[in-house]
Structure formats: structure tokens, C-alpha cells
Write a protein that binds this ligand. Structure first.
Ligand code: THU
Length: 143
């Protein structure tokens, strides 16, 4: 799977967006270590808060199917489905990536003519992960 192909799959996923409130249609294509690709779109809600981003839709589909190891994700989006620059993952999506992905997980931000390449470590520095959770213990263990 090339980065170009993953970017194409992210663009394709935008068409599935349910975004009647913001008009921003977002698509993601998540590459698993075994080569499987999961596509996701944003799914909005009248109450706004329950809205799910494209990246999380892709992750949750993959995890439900038993995948927990990932290599890269391509993301693209734009008003009314027109890509006019990059659409970086929100903080919540970056934290979901952190749960399953290492520092070198690659995030391709797709734009009109190509894509930018970043890593999770660049996009979510000083993060709180499962490792920190184990190190500090769970609240139930606190004295
Ligand atoms: N959105 C995503 O799908 N991914 C992100 O990481 C940022 C935001 C969606 C949520 C909402 O439907 C729309 O973009 C505008 O915020």
C-alpha cells in the first residue's frame, strides 16, 4: 500500500460523510500492520457532542474487527467535500491514535495536490498513554 493510494482512499471516504451541520466532509483511510485498510468518515449529530470524526470512525471499525496494530492514516476534508488544504486530526482523535499507535505512526494530511507527512510523536508530544497509565497506577490503587 503506497501513501498515494492511502490518500486516494481517504478522499474516496469523504463522500460517505454525514455532515449536515458543519458542511465539512472528512475522510480517513487507516492502514493496519497486516495491510488491511479501514475507511472512515465524520458522522455528525443534532446535539453536536456525539459527533464522531472520520479518524475515530476508521479506528473503531478496525478495533471492532480485531485489529490493534497500525502503520499509518491518511486524512482529508473540506467544506462541502472540496479539499482546500489540509485537515489535521483533532485532539480527541490524536489521543485515540495514542492508545494503539507508536511514536512512528504516520499521519498523511492530504491536500489538493498531494499530502504532508507527519508522525504521531510530532502531532501529540508529551502525551498520556497506556504506558504512563501503568507507571502511575490506576485511581483505584491510590491511597
Ligand atoms: N472532524 C473530523 O472528522 N476529524 C477531525 O479530526 C476534525 C474534525 C469533523 C467533525 C465535524 O463533523 C467537522 O469535522 C467539523 O468540525
Amino acid at each position: 500500500m503506497t501513501a498515494e493510494k492511502l490518500a486516494e482512499l481517504a478522499k474516496e471516504a469523504m463522500a460517505h460523510a454525514y455532515a449536515p451541520y458543519s458542511g465539512f466532509m472528512v475522510g480517513a483511510a487507516l492502514l493496519c500492520k497486516d495491510g488491511t485498510v479501514y475507511q472512515g468518515c465524520n458522522i455528525e449529530n443534532a446535539a453536536f457532542g456525539p459527533t464522531n470524526c472520520a479518524e475515530r470512525t476508521a479506528f473503531f471499525k478496525a478495533v471492532y474487527d480485531g485489529r490493534r496494530e497500525f502503520t499509518a492514516i491518511a486524512v482529508c476534508g473540506g467544506k462541502d467535500g472540496v479539499v482546500t488544504g489540509t485537515f489535521p486530526p483533532c485532539g480527541v482523535c490524536r489521543q485515540v491514535m495514542r492508545e494503539f499507535c507508536a511514536d512512528d505512526f504516520v499521519i498523511y494530511l492530504v491536500n489538493e495536490s498531494g499530502f504532508e507527512t507527519h508522525t504521531l510523536a510530532q502531532m501529540l508530544p508529551f502525551s498520556f498513554s497506556a504506558a504512563e497509565h501503568m507507571q502511575h497506577g490506576s485511581p483505584s490503587e491510590a491511597k
